[in-house]
Write a protein that binds this ligand. Structure first.
Ligand code: C5P
Length: 298
């Protein structure tokens, strides 16, 4: 997350993520799934502009996509930004207002964490704007209530192992400029629907140790060989677009290809920027998907 002041406004750039590894360890009594996932922040950002206002909290959303207007989230009670603002007010009794403007570049229903990242930016940004003085621990408590991925974005580590529902974060080192090509087909997938489609076998679970070591070494070829996502099979069953995008990416002969989160975005790990750019221009030419060249970043 990056912050700057523009006049009275606090501007927050908040990143997307990719899951380099996602294993489902089991189903929990609360209906969620126990996960072990490795997430990397990438250089694709939404921007929140937070401006002090008297009492009301107003949100407007617009597309920041240069290629095509992104579908926008609803500016109503379901919006995680407004829910984050409500949580802060309820916890602290603060009655200040804010005008919040969201410039959306991270595609929705993509498995890229855009909604969670926006919620984390609202928690951290409004805590500053309103001078609430909540600690990191307080913000993590609120983040876990808002969604499973929100905690990761609060501190925006470059790389982290996330366990539990996804909210227990262990930052890990990431060396070297890892490059990715990310492909998001027009359709999206609901996370809940993908988890419902998952059949949990009783076989061995895959460890994330190898990919965490490869990332610490900054070794793109090793990272590529280790990428893994247990949600790929249910996402493929639900979305013909996911099947097609994975097929296209695999024909690029990159070090590794995987689904991110519950999809529909998929990515290829690239040896360097020029390999990512060459793959991106071929992938753009073949389909209707949005294609991004991104680096691991905060
Ligand atoms: O926490 P979040 O709102 O992102 O989760 C969306 C849905 O995904 C949940 O309602 C649940 O159905 C599913 N989910 C799950 N196990 C997780 C995370 C999400 O089953 N660890």
């Amino acid at each position: 997350m990056r912050f700057r002041m523009t006049g009275p406004s606090l501007v927050v750039d908040t990143p997307a993520k990719l899951n380099l590894h996602l294993e489902v360890l089991g189903r929990r009594a609360d209906g969620f799934h126990q996960l072990e996932t490795v997430m990397v922040s990438i250089g694709l950002y939404d921007t929140l502009t937070l401006t002090p206002a008297d009492e009301r909290i107003e949100l407007d959303c617009h597309s920041g996509s240069v290629t095509r207007p992104e579908p926008l989230p609803p500016a109503d009670d379901h919006n995680l930004i407004l829910r984050a603002a409500d949580r802060l007010q309820e916890r602290t009794g603060c009655r200040s207002g804010a005008r919040i403007s969201l410039t959306k570049r991270i595609p929705m229903e993509a498995g890229l964490g855009g909604g969670s990242s926006d919620a984390a930016a609202a928690l951290v940004g409004l805590n500053r704007l309103w001078g609430l003085g909540l600690s990191g621990h307080d913000l993590h408590e609120e983040a876990a209530r808002l969604g499973s991925d929100v905690n990761f974005f609060l501190d925006s580590p470059r790389l982290a192992i996330c366990r539990g529902r996804g909210e227990e974060i262990v930052p890990r080192p990431l060396r070297g400029p890892l490059w990715f090509v990310v492909v998001k087909p027009p359709g999206g997938l609901s996370t809940a629907a993908v988890f419902r489609e998952l059949s949990l076998g009783s076989g061995d679970r895959r460890s994330c140790a190898a990919i965490v070591d490869a990332a610490a070494d900054g070794n793109a070829a090793h990272c590529g060989r280790q990428v893994f996502n247990a949600l790929e099979s249910p996402a493929r069953q639900l979305s013909v677009e996911v099947r097609e995008v994975l097929r296209q990416l695999r024909s690029e002969r990159l070090p590794g290809v995987a689904l991110s989160g519950s999809g529909t975005a998929c990515f290829g790990v690239c040896r360097n920027r020029s390999e990512a750019r060459r793959a991106a221009s071929r992938l753009r030419a073949t389909g209707t998907s949005d294609v991004f060249v991104v680096q691991a970043a905060i």
